[in-house]
Design a protein around this ligand. Structure first.
Ligand SMILES: [Zn+2]
Ligand SMILES: [Zn+2]
Length: 349
């Protein structure tokens, strides 16, 4: 459900959703219906190596829900999974990662690195699919938090039963290593930090039982990516889709685990002489800049400057006077559980 916060309009959605066109278990229409029930503003579908849903004209506005269709590209070793939106078509299956990232950028498509740092070796049947080639450039974003990856990473043969029945309990937040990597990349250039559900709702065997892990509805009530717009989202599909893609490219984003509370009212802004900007935007000087964070409920707020925590407080409201130029972002934690993560505001850099 959209909300208006100050001069901005916030919209929440989910990225990285599979349907029956690859290894998901519901059709696009069925998934959209679930999304509407739980108040999503947008869904970004990404089946493996096909754009069938888009080719069949299924992108569009479904009531107030915007459904867009990209796809998930992988290389011949099944690594380097890349979410691609707005490309003219599906790139060749035998392309190397450097090729599909480069060609997508040349086509002005929107490319997001999926589950960049999957590491798991405890479950032989479910190997990791990490990003292996960091020499490539031309991507627009990176998954900071992939719900399915996080779940799989914590899975061991002995906790499988518990984790299958309460899948959201295991969620903590983006890993330190991926946050560090993202901060480093962002110091060089813009890079959107997004949350992905990676929804399939596939069944797994737990002893004699078959359990559906993360039904779509559970995913949609967990990890969301919010876009922050200056204008309301258009009712017209083409315009709304362009607004969504532009917000991601510009990093006007934050992400949240709704398990710990709704995040529609979250606000992170910078103020300077009456002018206000938000994540993804920039002031060309740091003189006289104040950062303001406001949360819907009390949590541990961390103000991060160029990857380092410079202020920490248990509150629902934080004001921080900028001393040094650089990149600022905030994290909100409920105890040991990550709740809200903003993208960067650039100040004097
Ligand atoms: Zn993948
Ligand atoms: Zn996937």
């Amino acid at each position: 459900m959209s909300s208006r916060v100050g001069n901005y309009h916030h919209y929440s959605g989910v990225l990285h959703v599979h349907t029956t066109e690859s290894d998901g278990t519901k059709t696009l229409e069925e998934v959209v219906a679930i999304g509407r029930q739980v108040g999503l503003d947008f869904i970004m579908f990404t089946d493996h190596m096909n754009l069938t849903n888009r080719d069949r004209g299924k992108e569009g506005m479904y009531g107030n829900l915007l459904a867009v269709v990209g796809y998930e590209h992988n290389d011949l070793d099944d690594n380097n999974h890349y979410l691609i939106f707005d490309s003219p078509g599906v790139y060749p299956k035998d392309a190397a990662v450097s090729d599909y990232v480069r060609v997508a950028a040349a086509d002005n498509a929107l490319g997001i690195i999926a589950h960049p740092d999957e590491i798991r070796d405890r479950m032989g049947k479910y190997p990791p699919y990490p990003w292996t080639d960091w020499s490539v450039d031309g991507y627009q974003g990176i998954e900071l938090w992939n719900q399915m990856s996080e779940w799989m990473e914590k899975l061991t043969p002995s906790n499988k039963l518990l984790m299958a029945f309460s899948p959201r309990k295991s969620m903590v937040g983006p890993t330190e290593r991926v946050l560090r990597l993202w901060d480093e990349i962002s110091l060089r250039r813009k890079c959107a930090g997004i949350a992905s559900v990676d929804a399939h709702a596939f069944p797994i065997k737990v002893g004699p039982l078959t359990v559906e892990i993360f039904p779509y509805k559970v995913h949609f009530r967990s990890l969301r990516t919010y876009i922050v717009l200056r204008e309301p989202m258009a009712q017209d599909f083409e315009t709304a889709r362009a607004q969504l893609y532009t917000a991601i490219r510009e990093c006007r984003l934050y992400l949240a685990n709704l398990r710990w509370g709704d995040a529609a009212e979250f606000q992170f802004i910078a103020e300077r002489g009456g002018e206000i900007i938000t994540a993804g935007e920039r002031f060309n000087s740091h003189e006289g800049v104040t950062l303001k964070v406001s949360l819907p409920a009390q949590a541990e707020i961390r103000m991060i400057h160029n990857g380092r925590t410079v202020r920490e407080a248990l509150t629902d409201h934080l004001i921080y006077r900028v001393v040094n130029p650089g990149l600022y972002r905030v994290e909100a934690w409920k105890g040991s559980r990550g709740w809200i993560f903003s993208n960067h505001i650039r100040v004097g850099v």
